[in-house]
Each structure stands twice: as structure tokens, then as C-alpha cells.
Design a protein around this ligand. Structure first.
Ligand code: 2P0
Length: 319
């Protein structure tokens, strides 16, 4: 019998975003989404059984996130009729809870680990559905490469292109090491309930998905850049215009966006995207990564950068 499983799952960033839920209890997203896996931003999770009277969790997460993890384990016990407690040790090699999708890599690692530990032999579709119950973006991190979420009354994720078929680099500009004030789950609820732009966000979303998928299919960097920046700005406009307003951007966030525009003016193809936090992710072609990194690192307010590439295939080892 398997004693413990260690999984390394990568974070991902959406180029066409998930923002809003069709069903909060089932954590089912209101829209499709499309992401790239980040090879070097990873959660490592070791999971086994525990003979203690409750689940044993060692992690960098705060109390609320740990409670969410335990609810996820309760659901696993209920679904597969398991009468055991788990021991879980998890860590991230990047800042937690600051807009770098630690819940994506975290719940994907957990879903993959549970599948292996319990011998469930889940398909990719089932694994992504399980991870999604923990966090919507986690559905995408059970794969590496270019991944889409297909919305339904039980949304699931599917890989649309392996990473090595379009080598792109990602420069993450860290503008704050602090955890965000308003978590995505809460902020997306505010947007859905109160932003005058939310209906339009939903109404125009499928068009962005179709455009982005066609750009990936054609390896058309400029087309992917245009639709990704548009979709990101539309999501943030929706977030900013909720009541209360949530403003994730810092001055350095905006400064990096301007630097990306300047790079493009100078003939270097690059584009930005920003999630529920102040960090900016800059995507460029692999051959331009050094130059783009130098340029972004020099922006006022950028604390440091992480340079990675599209990838993020999960790694699983069994003890
Ligand atoms: C995304 N984000 O598509 C979007 C863009 C942030 C901005 O998915 O409530 O932590 O756990 O399902 O997955 C972050 O939200 O939200 C997110 P829950 P999650 O990547």
C-alpha cells in the first residue's frame, strides 16, 4: 500500500480569466478560462494517512485557508467513503496569497496526491473537477502547458497545447510581498453582485476565449497579446467598479504596464497580465526573456522578478 505521495504542481496564470461563479456551493465558474502553467512556481505537497484523531496540516497557509483545505478533505472522505485522517505537509517556492495563484498549485497538488494515495485512477477531467472544488483556478494546474476550463454545471479543464509546442517565457514582477487584503473568492462575489460591468464581462467572455484559442492555434503572438491584455483590463475594471471597490494595483503595477507598452514601441513583443493582486506577469517569446527581464527589473517599485517559462507538468513520487 502507498504510505505517502509527494506532488509538485505548478501555478498557472490565466490569459482569459475566470472571474465569477455560477454556483458558489459547488465552486463552479460562471465562465470559461484559458491559462499557461508556470514551470518554476510550484507547490510541493506530501500527503499520507494520519493515525491522530484529526487531519495534521503543516503549511504556510493562514487559518481560513487551512479551514478550506480541511473542508476539501471532508468532501473527499464523503465522496469516496474514506474513514481516515490525512497528514499533509505543503510549501510554496513563491509568495503565498499575493496574486500568484498559490491556491491553484496547492489544490491541484492535493487532488493529484489524493488520487494517487487512494488509488482512485481519476481521468484528467475528473482530477480537474476535484481540484476545482478547492479552487477554480486549480482545475487548470492538474496539467502543464496551455489549458482551458470548459464551463458547464460541473466545469472541467482540458489541455489545449503542450508547453513545448510554443516556447514562451514569463517574467513575474513582484511589487509587494504582502498577502492581499481581499481574497479572490470574496472580490469576485462583490463584482458579481455590484459591478455595473459584470453583465458585460459575462456577455463578451466567450468571444475572448475564441480569439485566444485561435491565436494559440496559429502561434500568433500579437493576437494573443491583444486579447489577453484586453481581458485582463476588463476583469480589473469589473473589480474596481464593485461596491466596495477593490483596487489590486499599486503604483509599480501601473509602471510595469507602461514599461511593457514601451517595450512594444521599441519592437520587442511582450504583453502583461495581472491577477487578483499587485504582481504583473509579462509574457514574451523565449529569445527575448533576458532583455524583457532587464527592462522590467529596472522599473521603480519592482522588488524583484521571477523568470520562468510556460510549462508546469505536475511531478508525482510515491514512497
Ligand atoms: C484566474 N483568478 O482565472 C482568475 C483571474 C484571479 C484572477 O482564479 O474562489 O483562487 O478559489 O475558485 O481560483 C483566483 O481565484 O478562486 C483566480 P476560487 P481562485 O486565474
Amino acid at each position: 500500500m502507498t504510505n505517502s505521495v509527494t506532488v509538485s504542481a505548478a501555478s498557472n496564470i490565466a490569459l482569459v480569466k475566470y472571474w465569477g461563479k455560477r454556483d458558489t456551493a459547488a465552486n463552479d465558474p460562471a465562465t470559461a478560462s484559458l491559462s499557461i502553467g508556470l514551470e518554476d512556481l510550484r507547490t510541493t505537497t506530501t500527503i499520507g494517512f494520519s493515525d491522530a484523531g484529526d487531519d495534521q496540516v503543516i503549511s504556510p497557509m493562514n487559518e481560513a485557508s487551512t479551514a478550506r483545505l480541511i473542508r476539501f478533505l471532508d468532501r473527499v472522505r464523503e465522496t469516496w467513503n474514506i474513514d481516515r485522517n490525512f497528514s499533509i505537509e505543503t510549501s510554496n517556492n513563491f509568495p503565498t496569497g499575493s496574486g500568484l495563484a498559490s491556491s491553484a498549485s496547492g489544490f491541484a497538488a492535493l487532488a493529484l496526491g489524493i488520487n494517487q494515495l487512494l488509488g482512485l485512477e481519476l481521468s484528467g477531467m475528473e482530477l480537474s473537477r476535484l481540484a476545482r472544488r478547492g479552487s477554480g483556478s486549480a482545475a487548470r494546474s492538474v496539467y502543464g502547458g496551455f489549458v482551458e476550463v470548459i464551463p458547464s454545471d460541473d466545469a472541467w479543464a482540458n489541455r489545449i497545447l503542450p508547453a513545448d509546442e510554443w516556447p514562451l517565457s514569463v517574467i513575474v514582477a513582484i511589487t509587494s510581498e504582502a498577502s492581499k487584503q481581499t481574497g479572490s473568492t470574496e472580490a469576485m462575489q462583490i463584482s458579481a453582485d455590484t459591478s455595473p460591468f459584470y453583465k458585460q464581462w459575462l456577455a463578451t467572455h466567450q468571444h475572448d476565449m475564441t480569439t485566444a484559442k485561435a491565436a494559440i492555434e496559429a502561434r500568433d503572438f500579437a493576437a494573443l497579446a491583444a486579447v489577453s491584455e484586453h481581458n485582463c483590463l476588463k476583469m480589473h475594471a469589473t473589480i474596481m467598479t464593485g461596491q466596495p471597490s477593490v483596487l489590486y494595483w499599486l503604483p509599480a503595477t501601473v509602471a510595469v504596464m507602461h514599461q511593457v507598452l514601451a517595450l512594444r514601441e521599441a519592437g520587442i513583443p511582450a504583453f502583461f497580465t495581472i491577477d487578483a493582486g499587485s504582481q504583473v506577469k509579462v509574457i514574451c517569446q523565449a529569445g527575448d526573456a533576458d532583455r524583457v527581464n532587464q527592462s522590467i527589473s529596472a522599473v521603480d517599485g519592482v522588488i524583484r522578478t521571477l523568470v520562468t517559462r510556460v510549462g508546469g507538468e505536475p511531478l508525482i513520487s510515491v514512497a
